[in-house]
Design a protein around this ligand. Structure first.
Ligand code: ZN
Length: 375
């Protein structure tokens, strides 16, 4: 097994503990893989407490003047291992056909495949950039966003970007993500006047107002979905009054809702709508937008990826917008972005594992896509 095999590279990355935010050794490994391949590697530490500092890596290998520019994006941080692993989460171990270790699929395995794919992509083919953050699984305020600032300063503008999140479901190649829904969490409340239940004219009960507000919000039909997205949905996730007494009208009533929304909305447009409804019931709303939706319309890029997947696996990939948010929600502001990677069955679980054979297949898919994108 040569040292540049995706398996060997994945083992090197998994062996560096990198619970989010990732710092230090895992980036040393990444740099030592890319530098000998002709990449100019920039390592930065971005942000400050409470959501930083965060380590990031931006690496570019310039192709000939005027050539196309393709980017691989991903994260080297991982979620905590949790309890009950059969082997140490940060000591990669092969058992049977599988390589075990935290990050095997999400997403050190995919990053190893991106690096291994370079063996098949000559420098003359075009410019390649790696956009690698140490904070995707955490608050992600100083991760890919900071990398995008560093890119802007240096004039690094890829034509297309592939994010290596684990998108495959039952077998490698069966799903890519061409978009993701956005997410906004909203705190709601009504302030009243506390008093005796027997003397309601001396009090102002916030509970019925909150109930009416929530009923109106729950009845909203945000949309019917689009060609590529399921309908947006609003869920009531908490209702809080916390009143232990039978004979006291409470002083305040609060709730939380969470909205997952498609590209017919923005976080701001939904926040404004909810604030208006809350205020019409004498209450207040405090929205926290955690991600905007993105959609890369099916076309040239998704075709390239589907062709590569079909050629290497025989599988016809589904184009999906399901699942939670990812760094693609930021990168869509730079260029068209699609997510494709390993099987996600064990991501974030104990005994996270990747099929060793899948690493070779994904490496060949990534090489095909990059070459098609640079052509
Ligand atoms: Zn991930």
């Amino acid at each position: 097994m040569s040292d540049a095999s995706p398996l060997a590279l994945a083992q090197r990355l998994i062996a560096c503990p990198s619970v989010t935010p990732a710092m230090g050794s895992v980036f040393d490994e990444m740099e030592s893989m890319l530098t000998p391949l002709g990449f100019e590697v920039l390592r930065t530490v971005d942000g400050a407490a409470p959501d930083g500092p965060v380590e990031n890596l931006l690496a570019t290998r310039k192709g000939p003047q005027g050539s196309r520019h393709f980017a691989f994006a991903g994260h080297l941080d991982v979620v905590p291992p949790g309890e009950g692993w059969a082997s140490d989460a940060f000591e990669p171990e092969i058992r049977g056909d599988l390589l075990y270790g935290r990050g095997a699929v999400d997403m050190k395995g995919s990053i190893a495949c991106m690096v291994a794919a370079l063996a098949d992509i000559p420098a003359e083919a075009g410019t390649i950039t790696f956009i690698i953050t140490g904070d995707e699984e955490g608050p992600a305020r100083h991760g890919t966003l900071a990398l995008m600032d560093h890119m802007a300063v240096r004039g690094i503008v890829p034509d297309l970007c592939l994010v290596g999140e684990p998108t495959s479901v039952n077998r490698l190649g069966d799903m890519m993500k061409i978009g993701r829904r956005g997410s906004v969490n909203i705190f709601l409340g009504v302030d009243g006047v506390q008093g005796h239940v027997a003397y309601p004219h001396l009090a102002d009960n916030p509970a019925p107002k909150l109930v009416a507000m929530l009923a109106e919000l729950d009845a909203l039909v945000l949309d019917e979905g689009t060609d590529w997205f399921q309908p947006s949905n609003l869920e009531i996730t908490e209702i809080m009054i916390g009143n232990p007494a039978h004979n006291v009208i409470p002083a305040k009533a609060e709730a939380r809702i969470s909205i997952r929304f498609n590209d017919l909305h923005s976080g701001a447009s939904l926040s404004e709508k909810v604030v208006k409804i809350a205020e019409s019931h004498g209450g207040w709303a405090r929205p926290v937008i955690s991600g905007e939706p993105f959609l890369t319309e099916p076309g040239e890029f998704s075709d390239m990826l589907a062709d590569a997947i079909r050629a290497e696996t025989g599988v016809e990939p589904e184009l999906s917008t399901s699942g939670g948010t990812s760094d693609a929600r930021f990168l869509k502001n730079v260029c068209p972005v699609i997510e494709f990677g390993l099987n996600n069955a064990t991501m974030h679980k104990r005994d996270e594992a990747v099929a060793v054979a899948d690493l070779d297949v994904l490496t060949r898919i990534y090489a095909r896509v990059a070459k098609a994108a640079l052509a």
